[in-house]
Design a protein around this ligand. Structure first.
Ligand code: NAP
Length: 253
């Protein structure tokens, strides 16, 4: 395919102009990252149900009559978890964080039919607002619960979980992750960090040391990109080529 995928450094103020310019220049599509995912909703009116529900769009596609916005984060995460054999139907999942990425992760946990989804976040009001929006709009049967960040130190809570997802930048730079009771986890409990890096993140390292299943967010990044590729190009993506390129870039190939 005679196409290129390149990065642009665009300020929040420039975003409306940049998106309209991309359409005028005949771009097949645009990916957005933080904080533009949320800000784009002020400019893009035609949204998928998922982008509307999450209040964020990571893919923008110029279409006749305007721009269309979609969000592939939740489906990307679901695909990666399923590929890794994670099954949480009827079980308990813990989600750390309540920002944009956490919203997508919460939607994934609902779709994978977790019975109990415990959201822990520094700002509990933000977590409650996220849960309210999702529970109402998605009509899921999952029971959400919001707890303070300290709850990850609760052995009984960790012991019940089939999956613990970190959707915060906590631990980046090696510092101050509240004490998580890894040794209390079931042997098949998966620890999943949305952050991706060359080496195991501080959130994952203790789980790996104990031989517990652990994964960073590289697979989520890959699969949200695979879905974006189809949206932009109208054909399926070369998944393995993309996986290889990503792992090389992360220094893990
Ligand atoms: P965000 O909207 O800014 O949310 C950040 C979250 O982290 C909030 O829950 C925030 O809590 C919490 N937090 C930040 N600093 C904290 C601190 N010092 N102590 C306690 N809590 C803190 O960011 P986001 O867009 O959700 O992104 C979160 C992470 O996911 C990033 O590391 C990003 O790289 C990653 N991500 C990965 C993928 C992928 O494809 N793998 C996709 C999207 C995002 P408060 O609510 O209290 O502020």
């Amino acid at each position: 395919m005679n196409r290129i995928y390149i990065a642009f450094d665009v300020t929040i103020e420039q975003l409306p102009q940049a998106l309209r310019g991309a359409a005028a220049l005949g771009f097949a599509g645009v990916n957005l990252t933080v904080p533009h995912k949320q800000v784009a909703l002020r400019v893009v009116r035609d949204l998928s149900a998922e982008a509307r529900l999450l209040g964020a769009a990571n893919c923008i596609v110029p279409r006749k009559g305007g721009l269309f916005g979609d969000n592939t984060d939740a489906r990307g995460l679901e695909r990666d978890l399923r590929d890794q054999g994670v099954r949480i139907a009827g079980k308990t999942a813990i989600l750390i964080g309540a920002g944009g990425a956490a919203g997508a992760a919460a939607l994934t946990l609902m779709r994978m039919r977790a019975r109990r989804i415990v959201v822990v976040n520094r700002t509990m009001a933000r977590a409650r607002a996220m849960v309210r929006r999702l529970a109402k709009s998605a009509g899921g049967a999952a029971a959400f619960e919001v707890l303070s960040l300290d709850a990850i130190g609760d052995r009984d809570l960790i012991a019940e979980a089939a999956l613990v997802v970190n959707a915060t930048p906590l631990g980046l730079g090696g510092g101050n992750f509240p004490p998580l009771q890894y040794p209390a986890a079931r042997p098949d409990c998966m620890f999943y960090d949305l952050i991706y890096a060359k080496r195991p993140t501080p959130f994952l390292a203790p789980a790996i040391k104990l031989g517990l299943p652990a994964s960073d967010g590289a697979g989520m990044l890959l699969h949200q990109g695979v879905l974006a590729f189809r949206l932009f190009n109208g054909v399926g993506a070369p998944v393995e080529v993309m996986r290889q390129a990503l792992l090389e870039r992360l220094g893990r190939a």
